[in-house]
Design a protein around this ligand. Sequence first.
Ligand code: NAD
Length: 488
Amino acid sequence: MVYEVKQFIDGKAVSSSQRTLSLYNPATGAITGKVNVADKQTVDQAVAAAKKAFPAWAATTPPQRAKILFRFKQLLDEHRDELVKLVTQEHGKTTSEAQGSLQRGMDVVDFTCGIPNHLKSAYTSDVGTGVDSYSLYQPLGVCVGITPFNFPAMIPLWMFPMAIACGNTFVLKPSEKDPSCALRMVELAKEAGVPDGVVNLVNGDKETVDALITHPDVKAVSFVGSSNVAEYVYNTAIAHHKRAQAFGGAKNHCIVMPDANLDQTAKSLVTAAYDCAGERCMAISVVVAVGDEVADKLIQKMKPLIQQLKIGAGNTKDVQMGPLITEQHLQKVKSYVATGKEEGATLVIDGSQFQSADNPQGFFMGGCLFDHVTPEMRIYREEIFGPVLSVVRVPDFQTALQLINDHEYGNGTAIFTNDGHTAKTFADKVQVGMVGVNVSVPVPVAYHSFGGWKRSIFSDIGMYGNDAVRFYTKLKTITQRWFPKEKI
Ligand code: NAD
């Protein structure tokens, strides 16, 4: 039976407009559900509910909010298996990938439970005679979060728990491709004691996003998705006087130096490139091999690992790589493989023709590996967002570093080396926001903020960690003097 995903407004499921979009199980290719698209009126309703709930929630003390967030965290834990199944069913991730990403999101919820401490501010007595000064971090009002398809549990958890911990109310717009996990988490937030209207969820596409980011009662917008949409959302939100942060796409490079342990590096790179079928903004998509010998040896070591990747439905035992999100995205990724060949790169492994025997209609492809990729090629310049890894050969470290710094994206990067000085120089000089040293996917933990540079970000403040406390609050600084009523 085809299920329907509704909106969640003021604590209730709402089915509003006539327009729906299909939901697929990417492993089987079958339509399994439909998602109800929120039109402008529905968005107005959600924002009005959030606006109405704001004064009472902002007046709820941070320790009281923390108690509710603890309970929310506990419910996420109790419903772990159910949430993981929803992620695997609609997104296609393997069960272990879904578990890992849910855990990363829950780590952020852990951090929000410390909100009384995070909202502590500075106090200076006697800045002048009888004059004290102190700061407050106050909530903004109604905040909005718009999330991509690729982490349907984790990325919503980057946003709404911290926004509400800071005393704001929230409207979440998850990806229209896999919204069910986000909806279930918002229902669990209600069960945990989050009052009605504090967290709302609307589903939809551009129509819904436009209504949210231009709404006069919305004070802040957090966005994660592709760079062109991120730029549009950021500019539109700013033009409508909102605080905004918008995170975009990536092309993450990994430098491999001649002194690196190539066995460890090969294993680590295969995981970094092909886990989550390459659909993650921190995936490594370019290996920059320093010297032909490194490139040749590394490719020989990676080849069997890529060819032996077990590909199948995410809920199958021992499967390492699930399907891509949609048929359309699958075709786009495959077209990049064809482009790479036309551009003259060497296709060392061609997984583009992979067919699953169990699920012939599923959106599967195998891992692809290109060698002799050069910077002018489209497969080098553009984000592919699939299981396609490119090897670029360079003569030395400085050329490798320059290549990364010249690229328009700057989300994540890594270096594999046994030389501390090279690693330190790389970490100091590279123009990228998140850097790994012998760590191929350097996603910061929940108490260090997440954020890329260059065209991977439109804003100057990261997600989660202390940056999120700053993003979701306004700083107010009070300078006070008290005159005696009478002599004491
Ligand atoms: P997307 O940009 O297509 O969609 C993201 C969100 O924007 C969705 O909720 C979607 O409904 C909405 N949207 C899509 N087109 C829109 C438009 N024209 N106007 C307004 N809203 C629109 O991204 P996606 O395909 O869901 O996700 C993959 C992308 O997200 C990749 O580029 C990936 O690198 C990026 N990503 C970045 C990060 C990061 O932290 N930098 C994290 C995860 C994913």
